[in-house]
Design a protein around this ligand. Structure first.
Ligand code: AMP
Length: 344
């Protein structure tokens, strides 16, 4: 029997590759204007890296990792690249002599999800990590870069959803508030969310069950879980987005599923994408370096799903193909033609 491509993966065919290359070329151009340098980390990492950084109770770590064993090594196809880049930053001492490291990556990620439109098991990220600063102006610059990148790709009609999770202490307050509020509706939540209330309450906010969505959309805390410093930073960031004319909306229910996020988080949505409407997402992860190496290093990043960028891009973005075509008649002309084509 013919062996087909694995479920949730796709061949990117020659007729499609022009648009992929165009998206990558334009992205590289904008990223270099903002002084980001490319980094390429391995496609597989030690499992422990993602367990430590994303958190044991996150959907990715619990259900979506392609894990394999090679001898004594427990390995995984990378489900995302932020943890890998933080590891590479620490391992290669990339902070040495450089206060702010700006890195970007383009490449495949792997998650064992149920495939559907806009959701694959191998997909591609175009992402950035700015490492070495707690300054909230960096959040503005990174969101500004994401906005610029989308415009360069000819994408319009997108919207940034923005929230702040605050520092770890605020995050605990936020989670307590959520617990208190959601416990009142416990009977109406789905089976998974009833468990999530105790295991990882933030995941309830990402649940796709209609009844859960209805309950979650009614929640609002006016950011009362934020400490004075985190509130100030958030106001500064929001003011900055206004100054840059970025189309944003505050969304207190936006949390991001991974443990390492703190402070300002954001997501970019696009109406043309259907149910999977996120073009990309990102935020601050100041405590990832503490978790990995007990170091105080501030950082902000984002990742766009390249497949989804391609869906939202105008279709005329194809690269030019053939420029010269030689037609010959007879043996002598063919010989001459081949000589000529080789020269060209
Ligand atoms: P995340 O790391 O989950 O925040 O993902 C960042 C972006 O990658 C999302 O907003 C999507 O555009 C894209 N993405 C995430 N998971 C998938 C997937 N399974 N298939 C296709 N694109 C994805």
């Amino acid at each position: 029997m013919f062996v087909q491509v694995p479920r949730g993966t796709k061949d990117i065919l020659p007729q499609e590759i022009g648009a992929w290359q165009e998206a990558e070329r334009k992205s590289r151009h904008i990223l270099s204007l903002y002084n980001y340098q490319e980094i390429r980390t391995p496609i597989f990492e030690n499992v422990a890296l993602f367990k430590r950084s994303l958190g044991d109770t996150t959907e990715i770590v619990k259900k979506q990792m392609f894990v394999f064993k090679q001898g004594e090594d427990h390995l995984v196809l990378r489900p995302e690249a932020t943890a890998s880049i933080a590891r590479a930053y620490l391992e290669n001492n990339l902070g040495f002599g450089v206060k702010l490291r700006k890195l970007f990556y383009i490449g495949p990620m792997f998650r064992a999800e149920r495939p559907q439109k806009g959701r694959q098991r191998q997909f591609h990220h175009i992402g950035v990590e700015a490492i070495g600063s707690f300054n909230p102006n960096l959040d503005i610059e990174v969101i500004g870069l994401a906005d610029h990148l989308l415009k360069e790709l000819g994408i319009s009609d997108y919207k940034f959803l923005v929230n702040s999770l605050g520092c770890p202490k605020d995050k605990i307050k936020f989670s307590d508030l959520l617990k208190e509020e959601l416990s009142k509706h416990k009977d109406k939540l789905c089976k998974d969310c009833r468990l999530r209330i105790n295991q990882n309450i933030f995941r309830v906010l990402d649940c796709k069950n209609e009844q859960c969505i209805r309950i979650v959309s009614g929640l609002g805390f006016g950011h009362k879980y934020l400490c004075a410093d985190c509130k100030d930073s958030f106001v500064l960031v929001v003011e900055g987005l206004k100054r840059l004319n970025i189309n944003y909306e505050l969304r207190e229910q936006l949390v991001r599923g991974l443990d390492y996020y703190s402070g300002v988080v954001f997501e970019v949505t696009h109406p043309a994408l259907g149910a999977q409407d996120a073009l990309g997402a990102g935020g601050r992860y100041d405590y990832l370096f503490k978790e990995l190496a007990d170091k105080e290093i501030g950082a902000v990043g984002f990742a766009f799903g390249q497949e989804r960028l391609m869906l939202a891009m105008p279709k005329n973005n194809q690269a030019v193909g053939l420029k010269v075509y030689i037609v010959t008649l007879g043996r002598a002309a063919t010989e001459k033609g081949m000589e000529l084509s080789q020269k060209i």
